[in-house]
Design a binder for this molecule. Sequence first.
Ligand code: 0GY
Length: 312
Amino acid sequence: MTTTKKSAMEFIKTPGWLDWYANPSRPAFEVPPGAVDAHCHVFGPGAKFPYAPERKYTPCDASKEQLFALRDRLGFARNVVVQATCHGADNRAMVDALMHSGGNARGVATVRRDVTDRELRDMHAAGVRGVRFNFVRRLVDFTPKKELLEIAARVAPMGWHVVIYFEAVDLPELWDFFTALPTTVVVDHMGRPDVSLPVDGPQFELFVKFMREHANVWSKVSCPERLSMTGPKALNGERNAYHDVVPFASRIVEAFPDRILWGTDWPHPNLKDHMPDDGLLVDFIPHIATTPALQKKLLVDNPMRLYWPEQG
Ligand code: 0GY
């Protein structure tokens, strides 16, 4: 944790922390009806839902009302709210967002092994459909894999899945653990490839192999702004930011069209150099999912199958 708590309910954001775009541009790309933003967060507000003592960063507040306003502005119908590490295993802010979404949000929680069956059932009733296991060292302390397997075995019968967040260099070491998980496994941000390496080089090939050999593995083709070296600068004056990420994301979209998801990642934790314009992020979508059929799978059919199967 890089900041201190000033008083019971007052949090000071991490130095250098960039606030999310208050007024994103209107995307030129029109998302299909019923589109799901399948990776976004709520932060606090800290005065109501305090940040966790074990957090590694203190964000600016980003409330459910602000998330729902962004959803409407970008043309989306639904959200999947993923528990962010700044709230630890206190899922109240995320669950509160689900409960005020009119059924238009589902959630992914962080739980510890001491979570009770009753707590899991209550979260399910609120709309939680998965747990997140985070292996990014700058974000969390290590949880023993035995404990995580125990949690996965408990949520599997509820039809939940496991979301995993890791960096590409750690995939070889984590491979056996990931492939032992008894649920659908959803990878955040394509396992964070180094996009300065070749798209057909050994690092990304390993990720493609991971998906090819394990039909229960899905991937979010999200967060170009985290992966890009070229950044938001457009080519030829078009709205085609983050173009160095396109070959990576489009490869996954084309190879595994029924196991891909997309999300804004609003309010974009831990971005210190540049904060993306969410409208521009939406305009990244047609560069990686190039036909209406692929766009519908990515934004509607796949997330609905995973998060609202009863409506399928
Ligand atoms: C993301 C990425 C990040 C942060 C978290 O829970 C989190 O704190 O997921 C990151 O810093 O890369 O998906 O939001």
